[in-house]
Ligand binder design. Sequence first.
Ligand code: MG
Length: 252
Amino acid sequence: MAAWARAVRGLLLDISGVLYDSGGEGGGVPIAGSAEAVQRIKASGLKLRFCTNETQATREKFVKKLQGLGFDISVAEVTAPAPAACRLLKERGLRPHLLVHDDLVPEFADIDKTNPNCVVIGDAAENFSYANLNEAFRVLIGLEKPVLISLGKGRYYKETDGLKLDVGAYMKALEYACDVQAEVVGKPAKAFFESALAEMGVRPEQAIMIGDDIVSDVGGAQQCGMRAVQVRTGKYSLSRVGAGSILHLRPD
Ligand SMILES: [Mg+2]
């Protein structure tokens, strides 16, 4: 075994496209062998953390769905963008206008949302209407110093009925219209990976990220000094971006 492999202490697992494909009745379909893989990783003694950009539900609801699909997972094992965004909002005294999925709103329950001085955008799915995007645009362009916080910046993801546009596409629209640069909370932001590693108590060179997104999962982890593996499930199987690049084990 290579020296670097012997040094591995922990794994970060993406969820959508790695453990399951979301969508449809029941909220999704497990990917064959993934529940068993989680069990084996846990039994191996390696530290494990689930590192997701999921923003269509609170962590509680999301984890309950995954448990129902047969996964051994708890809320305390999940690093997700919304709680990280809430910490950032509180630290900086920011009051968000939310353009997010209805099921994510409870994550922001104790955040002051009166008289907004920033916009937070997540994967709002059906809430990405013209009216809602335009409302967010008006809030943002009306601010003296526009602050746009994006929960991840994925281009698209795979659901059971096909590929879906992700938050990154809408984030770019607001960036363009308001001539601002969004602050990304979630993968591929370095700080997000660093917080997941800190929660595991593992250094970057001791960890491997496993995901289906060549930019958010693989690229982000490598920027952080970790090794990363791209799986062939999820968006990989339907995408051209990243096709042909199956393994990216080196951070350079
Ligand atoms: Mg994924």
